[in-house]
Design a protein around this ligand. Sequence first.
Ligand code: PMP
Length: 449
Amino acid sequence: MTQRPESKLFYQSRRRRPLLDQARGVYMWDVDGKRYLDGSSGAMVCNIGHSNPHVLECMRRQMDKSSFGYRLHFETEPAEQLAQKLASLAPEGLEKVFFVSGGSEAVESAIKLARQHAVATGDSQRYKVISRYPSYHGCTLGALALTGYAPMTAPFDPMMQSMPKIPAPRAYLDGLDPEDEATGKFYADMLEEAILQEGPETVLAFMVEPVGGASTGALPPPKGYMQRISEICRRYGVLLIHDEVMTGGGRTGAFFAGDHWQVEPDILVLSKGLGAGYAPLGAMIAHERIVEPVLDKGGFIHGYTYAGNPLACAAGLAVIEEIEAHQMMANASSIGAELKAGLQQLMQRHELIGDVRGKGLLLAFELVADRETMAPLPREAGAFDKLVEIAYDKGLIIYSRRTRGGYTGDHFLVCPPMIATANHLDEILTTLDASLTTFTNDLKPDLLK
Ligand code: PMP
C-alpha cells in the first residue's frame, strides 16, 4: 500500500482508509489501483453513480457563471429551477422549498418550521416531536433528540430535550406478518397511545422514515401502517414529517418513498439522493398551509449560509434530469427486485442470514445467531464490522449497522447506484457469498448459541 504521512484529519476513529483515486459509474479505485464495487452508493448517496458526465458538465457551466450568491443578496436560477422541479415532484400542496446542505440540517429545519407554525397559529403549547426507536434523523442536537439509537445519543442526553419514541414496526422480530393489515394497525396505534399519553395538546409532530434506513436496515412499513399513521396525525392536529433523507431521489422506485402509499405529509425532507454525491445539498419541502402563517407572522427564523448554493442546486437539477432521462427509478424497481431475490437465495445457502428486506434498491439483510428465534449474534462476534471488512478486502463496499439490544442486531445495506446492471448484481452476490462463507468459517462455534 502507498505510504502516507500521519493524517491531520479525524472522523470517528483513528482507522485509516485507502486513498481514493477515482470513481466512475458503480466502481471506485484507490491509488494502488484496487477496484471496489460501490455496493452501498457511499452511504446511500451516489444514486446515479459516480462521475456522471451530464452532471459534471452542468456543474462546470454553472461554475463559469457563479458558484455562490448569498440568499439575502440574490436569487439564483438553479435554486429557483430546482425548487420548481421539487414542488412538481412532491405530493400535492407541498410547494414551498427550503434548501440546506445535508440531512441533519434538513431535519433541524423541519422541526423548527413545525414549531414556528404552531407558534404562529396560536398552538405554542405544542413542542413534542414523536419519532421511532430505532431511528436515525441526524447528528446535530435537535435531530439527535429524535434519533432512537443509544450508541449515538447517550453522551448527549443531558444536553437534549428528551422526545417520546414509539417502536419501529419491526414485524420480522415480533413474529408478525408485515402483509397483514392487523400488523400495520398494531404498530400505528402505538402512535395514538403515545399522543394520548403525552397529551395531544403538547404534541407538535411525528417524524418517520417511510422506509427505514440505516437504523432499521431498509425497513418497509407493514400493510396499512402509513395510511393509519397519517389518519392519527390528522385526528390530533399533529404534523406529519417524512424524513426522506435516504429514500428521497428515487432509490425505492418512486421519487419519494411516501408516494408508494399515497400519503401526503405536511413537511418532507430529502438530501442524500438530491446532491447524489456531487454536492452537499438537501431540501425541506413544506405544505403552503404550514409556511404561509409563519411568513405572515414575521418570517422563518432559520437559515444556513450555504442555503440554495447555485453550484449545488445546478448539480441537483442535473441529477434529476439524469434520473428521468434514463428511467433510473424503473431500474431501481426491477433491478432491486432481482437483487432482493438474489439475497433471498443467499439466505438458503447461509444460515446466519435471518431476514432479507427492503424496497427498490434500498435493501438489507440481517445476520442472526438463530433464525427461529431471531436471536442476534453476540456483540463479541463483531459481525457488523467484520463482514463489511471481509467484503471490502474482496472489492465490494456494503454498509452496516448494529442496532439491537441497546445496540440492535447486525444488518447490512446492499444499495448499489440506480444504474446497476445484471452483471453488477452477479458481482455483488458472488462476492457477498464468498464473504459470508469466510465470515462463517472464522466465527468461533462458541459464539453461536
Ligand atoms: N435522516 C436520515 C433518514 C438519514 O439516513 C440521515 C443520514 N444517514 C440523516 C437524517 C442525516 O443526514 P446527514 O448525515 O446528511 O446530516
